[in-house]
Design a protein around this ligand. Sequence first.
Ligand SMILES: [Zn+2]
Length: 265
Amino acid sequence: MEHSEIMELLPAYVDQELGIAETLTVQSHLDSCPECRREYAEQSALSKCVRTETAYFKAPPDLAARIAAHIPDTLPQDKPRRISLPSFPASWGLSSNLSWLQVGTAMATLLVAVWSAGLYLNLPTADDRITEEAISNHVRSLQADHLTDVASTDQHTVKPWFNGKLNFAPTVIDLAPQGFVLEGGRLDYLDGHPVAALIYRRQKHPINLYIWPANGKDAGPKAESSRGYHVVHWTADEMHYWAVSDVEESELLKFSGILRLATHQ
Ligand SMILES: [Zn+2]
């Protein structure tokens, strides 16, 4: 693909809207083209800034009406109405004479602050987001009957298949003796990265294990559940591991335990 075509794809690449094939093409071009790398860095910085520095929340339609209902219709121009708050002890540091306008403004500010904090606290975390995405990928891999790109129970066949397709080498270990049979591998895309998907099977239940490089330190394992699926994820040796299945959560935790032991040998 030409340099100019890559430039056109960059905004979609930054927003993670490209398919796997285009993503990989852009990535390999970026490895060799300093100009596109510079442009990519600028666009990502801008995109990140927009995502993190600004937050837009749509106010419920009746919020303005409810606030308006609590504000008196008319305020005297020359002499604001005063309310006395004689029951508050002086030590509270409250002025005993506050205008309705001041009280109204303070209450409106407080209302908006509490309401915004509630919205903020309800925002999904990065883990929640990846969990939902991992489950969607798992479901799609089963629906589209596209569980494996390379079908093999031999780890020495599956591991080399990823060569040249990813810029990292996933650890591939068959766990058939422990009851988790390796069935193959597939390229997938998760959390904005091309990832290795390894497919294992526990009796009738397929398990997708997504692997991609991590910058952070070791973490987990952590178990999450959503939509009837279980997810266990951990970070080890600078790799993220996310296992998804409809198998029992205890089985998935066992799978992660065996795998973590095996990869540390
Ligand atoms: Zn270029």
